[in-house]
Ligand binder design. Structure first.
Ligand code: 5AD
Length: 348
């Protein structure tokens, strides 16, 4: 099945289901190693032994939504809230640029204190100051009109994980006000507007079944996003999911590899959540076929406040200030940092 998946980039749903069941088996260690190796080879064919870096600026942890899994949900009264000014965001970019970064990811909750114009102004200022840099937005669901405004202001990419492609499961993770249908509409708008678009999902979120995961894979195949974000679910103590179990390292790596085989040219990050559940998580993600990392470029004072889940890492090699540490970790597995803009191959 792995061979056929690698050769054709897809399998019928029933076979994807069987493949996942087999690979999730505790004893399937050798089978998983074949999968990882195959996915890694596919990644290296397109991107070489290189990993793109993005500077992640978490500019606001205010959010109007109340997703059951997320630490910065509106209902979490214990979260200490902050928002950065345009000037503070530009300072982060200045620092990031000096460190060699050429993509800035502006991520935040759905914070209505910034008007669409405010966001557009921030994007335009970054693009004017550093024309050779890419700007990625990751600020949730908005109108097509706003997405258009930001695209015209110069935004290049947009990350909006679909979280789960199963309707009922979506309803278990989110309050009724949010819908999979609207999330998917947003993703199609973003694609149409010419954004390099990222979707993705958590592995091991409460209520997730293998059938849900097959739907995720099917949805991604249909959407054909340029970027795909996959990380384990990790509980946060001040959410309704506080006592749920986290997603597993193995299952996350398996999904990363399968997604790589189904999307040979996708930009696939080895996520912070993966490196939070395992000390070697980031490297293992790369060895399973990922080719992007997103070190933290937020100001020191706010890093600890953007707690999507417990113990979220933002220090050491997770910090943009320590790219040297990151580089030596990569060197140890035979990879180097690629300081280019790292556009999707189809956009170059
Ligand atoms: N565990 C893992 N990932 C999470 N995210 C939010 N909360 C959690 C959590 N508890 C992810 C979501 C979101 C991204 C920014 O972070 O998938 O899209």
């Amino acid at each position: 099945l792995i061979r056929r998946l690698a050769d054709t980039g897809d399998l019928p749903d029933e076979e994807l289901c069987r493949l996942l069941e087999q690979l999730f088996c505790h004893e399937a260690e050798e089978y998983r190693d074949i999968l990882y190796k195959t996915a890694r080879k596919v990644s290296v064919q397109t991107f070489g032994n290189k990993v793109y870096v993005r500077g992640l600026i978490e500019f606001t942890n205010y959010c109007r939504n109340n997703c059951y899994y997320c630490g910065i949900r509106a209902g979490n009264k214990k979260a200490s809230r902050y928002r950065l000014t345009k000037e503070e965001i530009l300072l982060c970019c200045r620092e990031g640029c000096a460190l060699g970064l050429r993509t800035f990811v502006l991520q935040g909750g759905e914070d209505m204190a910034y008007s669409p114009q405010d966001i557009g102004d921030i994007v335009a200022a970054i693009k004017q100051t550093w024309p050779d840099c890419a700007v990625t937005l990751s600020i949730g669901e908005h109108s097509r009109e706003d997405y258009l405004l930001w695209r015209q202001a110069g935004a290049d990419r947009y990350l909006l994980r679909h979280e789960t492609a199963d309707n009922a499961h979506y309803g278990k993770l989110h309050p009724p006000k949010l819908s999979l249908k609207h999330r998917v509409q947003c993703l199609y708008s973003l694609k149409e507007l010419g954004y390099q678009t990222g979707a993705g999902f958590m592995v091991g979120s409460p209520g997730q079944t293998i059938e849900c995961l097959v739907k995720d894979l099917r949805f991604l195949k249909k959407l054909q996003p340029e970027m795909i974000g996959i990380g384990p679910f990790i509980p946060h103590r001040d959410t309704p999911f506080a006592s749920e179990s986290p997603g597993s390292l193995t299952q996350t790596l398996v999904l990363l590899s399968i997604v790589r085989l189904m999307h040979p040219k996708a930009l696939l990050p080895s996520t912070t959540a993966l490196s939070t559940i395992d000390e070697k998580g980031r490297e293992l993600g790369i060895l399973a076929g990922a080719n992007v990392v997103m070190p933290n470029l937020s100001p020191d004072g706010v890093r600890k406040k953007y707690m999507l889940y417990d113990n979220k890492r933002s220090e050491g090699s997770e910090a943009a200030q320590h790219l040297d540490q990151l580089a030596s970790r990569f060197a140890a597995i035979g990879y180097t940092i690629d300081f280019g803009r790292g556009d999707a191959p189809s956009f170059r």
